[in-house]
Design a protein around this ligand. Structure first.
Ligand code: FES
Length: 87
């Protein structure tokens, strides 16, 4: 599990291993914009303020993934203990 800080609301949520970031946000009352929920469409891309992302989408290029500027919150996870996201 890891922590996500939703910077716009200032909420810190815990994302358990069996739940996506998007679902954990929904549980915390934050409603992300989602579509495919499979890492394909890019609808859920969210700006990464800090933290290392474990990118699992197929939407972004390898270069974009290395830049670590945005992530798909429907399926990607964290390599670091905490991610701060612009949501
Ligand atoms: Fe389609 Fe996340 S909702 S990539």
């Amino acid at each position: 599990e890891f922590e996500v800080v939703a910077a716009r609301s200032g909420k810190t949520i815990t994302v358990p291993s069996d739940k996506s970031i998007a679902d954990a946000l929904i549980d915390a009352g934050i409603v992300p914009t989602l579509s495919c929920e499979q890492g394909i469409c890019g609808t859920c891309l969210t700006r990464v303020i800090s933290g290392d992302v474990d990118h699992r989408d197929t939407y972004q290029t390898e270069k974009e993934k290395l830049e670590n500027k945005q992530m798909s919150i429907c399926c990607s996870r964290a390599k670091s203990k905490q991610l701060v996201l612009d949501i």
